[in-house]
Write a protein that binds this ligand. Structure first.
Ligand SMILES: C[C@H](NC(=O)[C@@H](N)CCCCN)C(=O)O
Length: 435
């Protein structure tokens, strides 16, 4: 039965909202899994296929270049075809991308696969956000976003854990990537179920007006204030450090510190695992006390010494990772735990901070612009780190060769600290003026 113009449609019930969240989050789980699935096979791509670190960096950048092109297209597909079709189409692109990446040993094909992934995965994130806003508007929206991000991070952690639960697959570089294709295939199935759910809801449930998707307004850059640009600058350097570090982390722990793949995967998974638990908690804390700029200063300050600690401090005693048969050196464990804390803290305050300084009607384009800048920074760093590693002939015989990359990350964090500090000064001055 459909409602007439005289009888307003009901808003979705709680079970309907949570079903939508579950299905969209499953699609996002697959999305984050397939992105991170490349990280544990980097050593195999190097030993079995002879890829250089520079080529690995290019595989990472191909994703960002594609994402930049899609962001420039400005959410056209979502506006034109609607969220349910967008989720389905972008999930299907991710599956095709995963299969292309796994299919052949040629560098160009793998590069094309990662490019295709960027075309599907980043707009899928935008479409998922739009879907949640439709189903949850006015009801637990922040909580729904937080849960969605936690499930996405579980996808990243699971890709790292695959070094343990799917260890027999790591005899070659292709099988783990076929597993990733299967996982993102499950995400596609969830997207198809969501498609059915939204189609059934049409004409029966009020999902709000099909709002405009966040658009990039490059012509109006001047309209944002200084505080906004400080946040964007911190966003650029933070993600340009943490995502490339994660890309290379498993291989780095293996080559520079002699860890096995399973231990290296578990260590790397501490970053997304911490974020699953701590991001919502830091978000709640910041909601209570405000002072987000101070949180950003604290986060970047904590992050500043970590890459040098992992490079120069003695490894310390071996410590067992709870619930596993693996042990890792204490210094590495400490650095991974602290990086996990930072990976939880900064995103928890960075993205919501924009909403406090930009007027609501411009928030969409503010986020689109911030994501655009994020991709530019994130695109630039992996080839530089790859080049530094290659030039220094970094490898198990020359662990010191990885130091250049670690100094580069440290320099980026130092720049981030300057912007966080400037934001804090600006906000303190504004607070004093208002008092
Ligand atoms: C919330 C934020 N998301 C992003 O930065 C996305 N643009 C890209 C995520 C890609 C993950 N493979 C985050 O994850 O912190």
């Amino acid at each position: 039965m459909t409602a007439t113009a005289a009888t307003p449609l009901p808003r979705p019930t709680a079970p309907q909202r949570w079903l939508a969240l579950l299905l969209v989050s499953l699609a996002m789980f697959g999305n984050y899994y397939v992105y991170d699935a490349l990280n544990p096979v980097i050593d195999l791509l190097r030993t079995q296929q002879g890829f250089s670190y520079g080529q690995i960096g290019a595989l990472s950048t191909a994703y960002n270049v594609a994402a930049l092109l899609v962001l420039l297209a400005g959410g056209y597909v979502i506006d034109r075809f609607g969220t349910r079709t967008a989720i389905l189409v972008f999930s299907a692109i991710c599956v095709a991308a995963a299969a292309l990446t796994a299919a052949t040993p040629h560098f160009e094909t793998i590069l094309a696969g990662r490019f295709l992934l960027g075309l599907g995965a980043e707009p899928l994130i935008v479409a998922a956000t739009t879907v949640l806003a439709k189903w949850f508007s006015g009801k637990e929206l922040g909580f729904a976003f937080g849960l969605n991000l936690s499930v996405s991070r579980l996808g990243s952690a699971s890709a790292d854990w695959s070094t343990s639960f799917a260890s027999p697959l790591y005899a070659n570089w292709q099988d783990p990537l076929w597993l990733a294709t299967g996982v993102v295939g499950v995400g596609l199935a969830a997207a198809a179920l969501y498609w059915m759910q939204e189609r059934r809801a049409q004409g029966r449930i009020d999902l709000g007006e099909a709002g405009e998707t966040d658009r990039l307004e490059l012509r109006r850059l001047y309209a944002f204030g200084r505080a906004y640009w400080y946040i964007v600058a911190l966003c650029v350097v933070f993600y340009a450090t943490i995502f490339p570090f994660r890309t290379f982390a498993i291989d780095y722990f293996q080559q520079a510190h002699g860890l096995g793949r399973e231990a290296a995967g578990l260590l790397s998974s501490l970053l997304p695992m911490a974020a699953i638990v701590l991001t919502p908690l830091f978000g709640l804390w910041a909601d209570r006390v405000g002072r987000r700029a101070l949180f950003m200063v604290a986060g970047t300050l904590l992050m500043l010494p970590l890459f040098l600690m992992v490079t120069y401090l003695p490894p310390g005693p071996l410590l067992a990772i709870p619930f596993t048969a693996q042990s890792v050196p204490a210094t590495l464990l400490l650095v991974a735990v602290l990086l996990g804390g930072v990976f939880s803290l900064i995103p928890a305050v960075l993205w919501p901070a924009v909403a406090y300084i930009v007027e609501a009607r411009r928030l969409g384009s503010a986020y689109a612009l911030m994501t655009f800048c994020q991709q530019v920074g994130w695109a630039a760093v992996p080839p530089v780190v790859g080049l530094l590693n290659d030039r220094a002939a970094a490898g198990p015989g020359n662990p010191a060769g990885y130091a250049g990359g670690m100094w580069f990350y440290t320099a980026l964090v130092a720049v981030g600290l300057v912007f966080a500090w400037k934001l804090w000064r600006l906000e303190s001055a504004a607070g004093n003026a208002a008092a």
